[in-house]
Design a protein around this ligand. Sequence first.
Ligand code: ADP
Ligand code: MG
Length: 392
Amino acid sequence: MTDAATEARALLRGLTDAEPFGGWSAPGRVNLIGEHTDYNDGFVLPFAIDHRTHVALGIRQDAVIRVTSTFAADAVEVPIAELPSLFPSEGRVPEWAAYPLGVAWALVAASVVDPSELSGLDLAIASDVPIGAGLSSSAAIEGATATALNDAWQLGLDRVALARIGRTAENDAVGAPTGIMDQMAAMLGRADAGIFLDCRSLEATVVDLGFAAAGLEVLVIDTGVKHSHATGGYRDRRESCELGARLMGVMALRDVSVEDLPRAAEIMDDVTFRRVRHIVTENQRVLDTVHTLRTEGAGAIGELLLASHASMRDDFEISVPELDTAVDSAMTAGAVGARMTGGGFGGAAIALVDHDRVATTMDAVAAAFEASRFSAPTMFTVTPSEGARRDA
Ligand code: ADP
Ligand code: MG
């Protein structure tokens, strides 16, 4: 059992005398390519990582749901009868608890089950997904909670339905206007594979990544610069995309192709145009990456990763100096490709690096951060891994 799984069990034991009914977990994710395309009905290619959030669950005798996390000081409890009206909560629960309780709320709202028939539960949560680093600890906690509750309450929902539940929790309970990519990756991930997702149809295709076979590792460079989805830039970028789609007369920027860009340049202001150009070219880069992986293998996707980073830096303007330094220094050290990953404004970059060069790349990145007087980044490799599952 991993440390976080043990921690979750221990936390549950400290809360209740009952033996855990079971343990579930869901992973964080790295988005290989396809940034901010999800809420534009576009394409993304994330993979689930070998860092997971664990939920240990105990059945209660009363009709109360109680959540606790190693991340927070106090347990939060809510009578199940009050779940349907819990959100929007106006601060009735601490923000972190809006993730697991938001999942419970969304499940009750979406299911045919009468809340009065649901058993009370204790949920203890522990995680080794870095929080707020762009690796989607939020989808990990949602995915682990959703799978645990689906099993404990015998709701019988499938994985895509559970991903939607996670998204509803994040959008409507937490209030972060994110797309569905993270939840789909956390639910559907497979070892050695990425999830090529059409965010309009939600059709998901497992794509072999073959990193290990190509002798490549994915190095995560967490800049430590904190981002927040609930505020500012993310919302602003979404509004620009909606405006761009409206001006182009389409439902979503997914419906704009690279050939349409000259027309887009004529009819919109420069900032909106550059936001649009990022989305349109990024969608194409995802398709090209899937094609390149299938035809030439992982060693050939470096240029696409770099072009994605440049587009986010110059057109979408969601990078920060620390992320640019991470990408540039990793490339100078000989990485195959690199880009910032996640929503931007901080968080992490990824670099695709030859197995033998991981240590020298880490040294080079650390030295570049020091030279720029940035706080030291946290670096570790990640392996494409399994999605949400019951562990115990
Ligand atoms: P990211 O998803 O990139 O890690 P977010 O801001 O989307 O960053 O989500 C992080 C938030 O999710 C945390 O601030 C916390 O509220 C909640 N969260 C994530 N993991 C846990 C956990 N193990 N326990 C409690 N809350 C968590
Ligand atoms: Mg998140």
